[in-house]
Ligand binder design. Structure first.
Ligand code: SAM
Length: 393
């Protein structure tokens, strides 16, 4: 692994902060340091005002996500749901048009894959598997310096990481050094990749990017930054509150409006740590009651909250009547609610509105993350439709 000094030099070169001709529109008011949370993090070197741009990162590699549930999409433009898909006869990647086939993106991808000897005919290659492995495959396009930068990032090395790359070997004879680099890229992507948001109404295959500077940001459930993407897939990271010199700069790896159990489980499953931040330790989550459930006791108007939120097996208690409920009963209710939400047709506005107005708040308080999420979806959908009338009070 690179020293912090070497890593800092790479980060500055990557952001274009070196030399006299500084093209960046900001100065770096932060450094890379060891974090008390473990590993490295970014720390403010001077006071930073709310709204200030901290840096503009660009991905070393980007492409489709690797999950088994990935939807069939074009490997160049990521478009879904077209019946015009075809497989490139040289590399078997899925494409939607001649212009995507003639693009430089496909040229690069195809150059790598077609250099591997085929074990089966191109029709027999699993195009979905190839899409799932494509972002890791693109690591082979990096130059030596970029590869060194990528390998200096944290990697999650667990047996499940890189399976999509290993499985490619049933279709292609791949040189061992390519396999090793792609598996390492999968492990680095697992620890660091950011999901790239799709613009509203656009049906696209899920995308992710390896943003090496943002990858050094540790997580806090009340982050002091936020980020958005521009049309060139650059990630603009801004302060969302004043950050004092010396403080660690955080991002949030989960949904901000998720309740504590949902955030902690997600962080544990995807980033392999249990968050212990102030918000996670506070049963009320700063008075937002995002995880609260209605008290199980008849007419009691109170809410159930975890007694020890940092323990996943904690009992819950009603803060009004004192009723204690074991964790197992809470988990059963939470998974029933999850199934109920999973059965909703989110494209059907009338169904969503009815569910929100008539059903969901019978079981959970209006502060619960499920209700808040429904409200956000309704606002989002209604804001996009002409002449749509809100029937609620
Ligand atoms: C994107 S990396 C962040 C940078 C990393 N610290 C490094 O040294 O490269 C994500 C990993 O950092 C660690 N991490 C981030 N936030 C954390 C937190 N709040 N508590 C504990 N570990 C954290 C976890 O190991 C996580 O999988």
């Amino acid at each position: 692994m690179l020293s912090i000094e070497q890593l800092s030099q790479m980060v500055h070169a990557h952001l274009g902060l070196n030399g006299n001709a500084n093209e960046a529109q900001y100065t770096a008011k932060w450094i890379i340091k060891e974090s008390p949370l473990g590993g490295r993090g970014l720390f403010a070197t001077e006071d930073i005002a709310s709204g200030e741009v901290l840096f503009v990162d660009h991905p070393l590699i980007s492409g489709p996500r690797s999950g088994v549930l990935i939807r069939r999409g074009c490997t160049v433009c990521c478009k879904l749901n077209t019946n015009k898909f075809f497989k490139c006869h040289k590399c078997s990647l899925l494409l939607c048009s001649e212009s995507c086939q003639d693009s430089s993106i496909h040229d690069d991808d195809c150059g790598i894959i077609s250099s591997w000897h085929n074990k089966v005919s191109f029709e027999e290659v699993d195009a979905t598997l190839l899409s799932r492995a494509l972002t890791a495959i693109r690591a082979l396009l990096l130059n030596e310096e970029q590869k060194q930068f990528m390998t200096s990032l944290q990697a999650h090395v667990l047996p499940q990481h890189g399976t999509e790359v290993r499985e490619l070997q049933q279709y292609f004879e791949i040189p061992e050094r390519d396999i090793q680099l792609m598996i390492l890229a999968s492990c680095v992507l697992d620890a660091n990749a950011f999901q790239i948001a799709t613009s509203y109404g656009k049906e696209e295959m899920g995308k992710r990017g390896l943003y090496p500077v943002s990858s050094l940001l540790n997580h806090n459930c009340v982050p002091n930054t936020r980020y958005n993407y521009n049309s060139d897939l650059q990630m603009i990271v801004k302060a969302v509150k004043p950050i004092q010199a010396g403080c660690e700069i955080f991002t949030c790896y989960t949904g901000l409006l998720w309740g504590t159990p949902a955030r902690r489980i997600h962080l544990y499953k995807t980033k392999h740590f249990l968050c212990k931040c102030d918000r996670c330790a506070d049963p009320t989550e700063r008075g937002t009651f995002l995880a609260a459930l209605k008290c199980f006791s008849g007419e009691c108007p109170g809410s159930l909250l975890p007694i020890e939120p940092l323990k996943s097996s904690s009992s819950w208690r009603c803060f009004e009547c004192g009723l204690r409920v074991p964790c197992d009963n809470i988990c059963t209710l939470q998974s029933a609610l999850g199934s109920l939400i999973g059965s909703l047709d989110f494209g059907n506005l009338v169904e969503l509105e009815n569910f929100y107005l008539c059903r969901v708040t019978k079981y959970i308080p209006k502060t619960n993350q499920i209700v808040v999420d429904l409200q956000c979806r309704l606002i989002w959908e209604l804001g996009e439709r002409e002449n749509h009338r809100w029937h609620g009070k």
